[in-house]
Unconditional design. Sequence first.
Length: 330
Amino acid sequence: MTSTITSSEIRLVSRPRGLPTLENFERAQSELAPPRDGQVLVRNLYMSVDPYMRARMHEEAYMPPFQPGQALTGAAIGEVVQSQASGLAPGDIVSSAYGWREYFVADAADVRRIDRPFQPVSTHLGVLGGTGLSAWVGLNLVDVKAGDRVFVSGAAGAVGSIAGQLARLRGCFVVGSAGSAAKVRMLRDELGFDAAVNYRNGDLLGELKAAAPEGIDVYFDNVGGEHLEAAISIMRPHGRISACGAISTYNDERPSPGPRNLFEIVTKRLTIRGFIVLDSLDQMPRFLAEVTPLVAAGSSFAKRRSSRGSTAHRRHSSTCCAAAMWERCW
Ligand SMILES: NC(=O)c1ccc[n+]([C@@H]2O[C@H](COP(=O)([O-])OP(=O)(O)OC[C@H]3O[C@@H](n4cnc5c(N)ncnc54)[C@H](OP(=O)(O)O)[C@@H]3O)[C@@H](O)[C@H]2O)c1
């Protein structure tokens, strides 16, 4: 290719206050120069819309904040269109951090070739990507093992659905929470959870006590807030909490008071451990070695994915407005 290529991208226009709106984003065109030596031109096929992106829309974030006027970034799977780099050829499927755009040109070092892509290739954003790694790392962090009684919140979401299934495969009793009757049915009937509760029924703690009358040993926290408080209440002595996220709080203007029962961490001798999956990327090969055969064997994992077509993300990600805009573009 000798001429430039025009690519659509989604840019942050202004930092959202509370729930993001479409006005916080714009669709724009950019002109890409042809790839130089050592570079590739990639056409994106799928991107992941993740809750952490909401945090990056703040001026101060635990990761580099998105900047107004610039395209958002995030995990994506694409196909090499042109290559000036050895080891990468047109047609290769690659993962990158260049989401929110149609095409991009990057150094070969900034993309990772997927040697034997699963179909759909979005699997490499979901169960075989950062989402699956997050679930796996979060379970390992608190040493989840056979016989544990595990509660997973946000269980119908990308991370929660995988964490719950992995815990089940390890021989745990698993309870999940979700926000609709249909999702509760899916957790029980399709994904193999032992029990599931609808937190929108208005009595989360009561429903959890009924679903896990003997209490829980492990809480995989995706939600924070009321869920964390309820989980602490039903934890057995020496229980472990894996603090993955707190999605119920991400659109809050200011931090809300924490669980009112934190003293139970003392009386029950609980352990709570947080993690950021980016710190664990070196564990990717071990994770893939363990989980790829499960996916290949046709477990229900393959049903959960992070992609621009995922209804879970369209409806429930804290960045849903940006996702809606992305969908309009293609
Ligand atoms: N620590 C890390 O490195 C790391 C890595 C990846 C993800 N995370 C965290 O993991 C969590 C899940 O991420 P994900 O990728 O699975 O996102 P996702 O696919 O968008 O799922 C999030 C789920 O959260 C639930 N939810 C949203 N708002 C809620 C609320 N106010 N109360 C209760 N549930 C609510 C939704 O379930 P319903 O529709 O059923 O309400 C949705 O299914 C997030 O907190 C994220 O920040 C952390």
